[in-house]
Design a protein around this ligand. Structure first.
Ligand SMILES: *Cc1c(COP(=O)(O)O)cnc(C)c1O
Length: 436
């Protein structure tokens, strides 16, 4: 069963032909917790944290892996990342609150975003978070004013836009010149930002950051951007005596979603980035900065699986066979939003031949509510369990209540035990904020 390789690392097929993850049979899990159900495998999560830390520190010991919360964060995951010694990248007061609620070490929290509100920046100041990554001139001035009112000095990084195209989807490309993110290198605005940040009374410019987009399936883009930014550092060092104390290369590391896609290993990204960095440092005599890596998708993607129950099956002769499941674009909008591709598997028939070509759709009132356009499946009937692997990143945080569907439950499995880490929404939950 080649598709098993896309599932969490603990995935196996038992002799009933059921997929088991973290020692738990998926048929038992869906019976106990219902469907749609999102599952995380704790072993895979921790393994990915380790892999990133080990691969980068092997070639560049002074490095810190910070998890990009927007891929998916809740309290259970935040606690795991805290235990694993990762930092956190947050992009809103909400993500900051989740981190704060589990006493995440504030010094390891980095606050990103292109339009942080004064209220959000005040939260960051109140909780003493480690770094604010400043995106634009408005924020630079606002943050300096807020820090001055509080009589504190705040460590910041500047987000630069290096003008490098990483060849991913238009909606998830962030480091080309025409982007809402960062100070462009090409226009001279990056240089102006360094100058202003260095003269800001209550800000301490520690370093620079870029993030090119996601997912990036080539290592070359990171090397090109690293070189551009370090050359810029050399210029600003000579002009303004700027010292690069910290250097963040962002995230964007790809994961394998389908059997026919190939992506670099974590080790490939680590080698490409650290080789470039080490060789530029030795060529130019720059001091070695503290290196920050910000994976989101690559930490949680493979650890997560979406489980659905099959309902209606509609065959339009000579056209297509539709398999309808009990979730859809309300719990995973990625296929509808940017054509994301997935594989699927009948999780209670993993030993059967996959000889049917079908289209898997959800139950939402949109024709675009397609989860997998072309899926090879075993013969499937109402009541079967359909598993979609690699659903741990960017599905859950974009959940909606479209059609007033309650949001699914989320469980964590490990060593034969399953525990609920977010309960399923109820109908009363849907009305709990209504007034009237
Ligand atoms: C989204 C984002 C990341 C993480 O991207 P992944 O593809 O999930 O690794 C890292 N840094 C910044 C600034 C981001 O916006």
């Amino acid at each position: 069963m080649p598709k098993l390789s896309l599932f969490p690392l603990t995935a196996k097929v038992n002799n009933q032909g059921h997929i088991c993850i973290g020692g738990c049979d998926i048929a038992d899990l869906t019976r106990e917790f219902g469907t749609p159900l999102y599952l995380f495998d704790e072993f895979t999560l921790r393994h990915k944290c380790h892999e990133f830390k080990a691969e980068f520190s092997k070639y560049y010991p002074d490095s810190l892996v910070i998890y990009a919360s927007k891929a998916f964060l809740n309290q259970a995951l935040a606690l795991i990342f805290k235990q694993e010694g990762l930092g956190l990248d947050v992009v809103s007061g909400g993500e900051l609150s989740i981190a704060h609620s589990v006493n995440f070490p504030p010094a390891k929290v980095y606050f990103h975003g292109n339009n942080k509100t004064p209220e959000e920046l005040m939260l960051a100041l109140n909780w003493n978070i480690g770094r604010v990554v400043v995106d634009n001139f408005y924020e630079l001035e606002l943050l300096n004013r807020l820090a001055k009112e509080r009589e504190v000095s705040l460590d910041i990084l500047l987000r630069l836009n290096p003008g490098v195209d990483p060849h991913t989807h238009e909606y998830t490309t962030t480091g080309i010149l025409d982007s809402k993110f960062g100070f462009p290198l090409a226009t001279g605005q990056a240089e102006e930002a360094v100058k202003q940040a260095m003269s800001a009374s209550n800000l301490n410019l520690l370093g620079l950051h870029f993030h090119l987009g996601s997912p990036i399936a080539e290592t070359k883009s990171y090397e090109v951007a690293t070189e551009l930014v370090l050359r810029f550092v050399l210029e600003t060092r000579d002009k303004f005596s700027f010292r690069l104390g910290e250097f963040s290369v962002g995230g964007g590391f790809a994961v394998q979603y389908t059997l026919d896609s190939k992506v670099p290993a974590v080790a490939d990204y680590a080698q490409a980035i650290t080789n470039k960095l080490n060789s530029l440092i030795s060529q130019t005599g720059l001091d070695s900065p503290h290196l920050i890596i910000e994976p989101g998708r690559a930490i949680v993607g493979q650890a997560g699986v979406a489980l659905y129950k099959v309902g209606a099956i509609k065959e339009i002769p000579g056209v297509r066979k539709y398999i309808c499941v009990d979730g859809g674009m309300s719990d995973n909008i990625r296929p509808a939003l940017y054509g994301a591709k997935y594989e699927a598997l009948v999780a209670n028939k993993a030993l059967e031949a996959e000889d049917e070509l079908v289209t898997i759709v959800g139950k939402l009132c949109e024709s675009g509510d397609i989860l997998v356009r072309e899926a090879n499946l075993a013969s499937v009937f109402p009541g079967d369990i359909l598993a979609i692997p690699v659903c741990g990143a960017y599905s859950i945080p974009m959940w909606s209540n479209y059609n007033a569907l309650p949001r699914p439950a989320i469980i964590m499995v490990n060593n034969g035990e399953a525990c609920l880490i977010r309960r399923r929404e109820s109908y009363p939950d849907l009305m709990s904020l209504d007034i009237g």
